[in-house]
Ligand binder design. Sequence first.
Ligand SMILES: NC(=O)c1ccc[n+]([C@@H]2O[C@H](COP(=O)([O-])OP(=O)(O)OC[C@H]3O[C@@H](n4cnc5c(N)ncnc54)[C@H](O)[C@@H]3O)[C@@H](O)[C@H]2O)c1
Ligand SMILES: O=C(O)[C@H](O)[C@H](O)COP(=O)(O)O
Length: 387
Amino acid sequence: MKILADENMPYVQQLFGDLGTIETVNGRELTPEQAQDADVLLVRSVTQVNASLLSLNKKIKFVGSATIGTDHIDTDYLASRDIPFSNAPGCNATAVGEFVFIAMLELANRFDDSLKSKTVGIVGAGNTGSAVAKCLAAYGVNVLLHDPVIADSDPRDFVSLDELIHRCDVISLHVPITKTGEHKTWYLFDEARLNSLKPDTWLLNCCRGEVIDNRALIKVKQQRSDIKVVLDVWEGEPNPMLELVPYVELATPHIAGYSLEGKARGTYMLYMKLMQVLGQEADKSMTSLLPSLWSEQLSIESVPSEKSLLQLSRFIYDLRDDDEQFRAMILINSSKNKRVNCANNNGFDLMRKNHKHRREFSALRVVSTGQSDVNWLSNLGFSGIGQ
Ligand SMILES: NC(=O)c1ccc[n+]([C@@H]2O[C@H](COP(=O)([O-])OP(=O)(O)OC[C@H]3O[C@@H](n4cnc5c(N)ncnc54)[C@H](O)[C@@H]3O)[C@@H](O)[C@H]2O)c1
Ligand SMILES: O=C(O)[C@H](O)[C@H](O)COP(=O)(O)O
């Protein structure tokens, strides 16, 4: 059996090695010729899986995408050919939740403000939005949710988007990208909506770039320096608009979901699904794949202040490093070719490919040596509290 896998998917050899021959490819450049003799195709979000890619392949048994989003997959086409498909819902939700929480702590620190005193609005209350809400609730931050698709069937309380914008100091976006329908999300934040943000709003986008009209965002930011923006995803990836970057407080190349646990979970979910499709028993476990953190345990004496919480979070992941590297990459590309006003595809993708996967909070055991109640840190995701 030939298994064709994206080169940026960890643990493929460990999980799929017994099943056949593995060939790894650059997912963005995968051609129909390369894909023609694959029995199993394992992709990430940069590969468009459609009739054009699979037209030469008459033997494919399974397509898997180790991602939450499925906007790169023509699922109707796969269904029309009875090709089993699976994505990995929720695989990197914790990674996104922690990334967003850390980004908010960084903003609070940068502007000498307090996250705890804010009201945060989550647009899209599925896996990633709920993961953000969980971190915020653990820390005691007031959260409002907007999700008209599930509002009638979900027991949580929801508000309209207008109310959320009116009441929230911070807004974080967690919707899939959809171009049609009553609840389409393409340019959900257009110029009018961006202009309706309250003074000093923080706006974070870690879902898909085109949920915000990036050209309009530049225009609005030119008038309103009070709004603070964090972008992990960009319109037109892998070529974000260069002129937008200076208006963004924290800028990263679509790596909010890139925790080692998140990536391992994505590959593992596809392994489990393929074994089911093949009717074989799955005998591998995910936990055995993950290495220990370089420092597994940290002792704390008292309830951390917000600044100490940021230090604790930076111990796991210092978001400023990725932001700095992203800006350096943008600078190199803009000086290389002054006529091109977008970042170079290779720079954006290279940074994603070489990204050193951070760990999730759960990889760190935090032990309390004092009397203070720090159990909320375990709700945030850390292990070993109170022992
Ligand atoms: N930056 C990253 O690394 C990264 C990582 C994971 C996921 N993502 C993106 O984030 C998106 C969300 O991921 P998820 O796991 O939370 O998906 P999900 O399907 O679990 O949740 C999405 C939620 O958005 C809601 N929704 C749809 N249209 C809406 C609208 N118009 N207004 C408000 N809510 C709406 C849905 O009802 C659903 O509850 C994915 O589709 C993917 O594109 C990005
Ligand atoms: O949809 C997702 O799961 C995320 O956007 C994912 O983190 C994207 O990562 P990629 O597949 O591009 O490596």
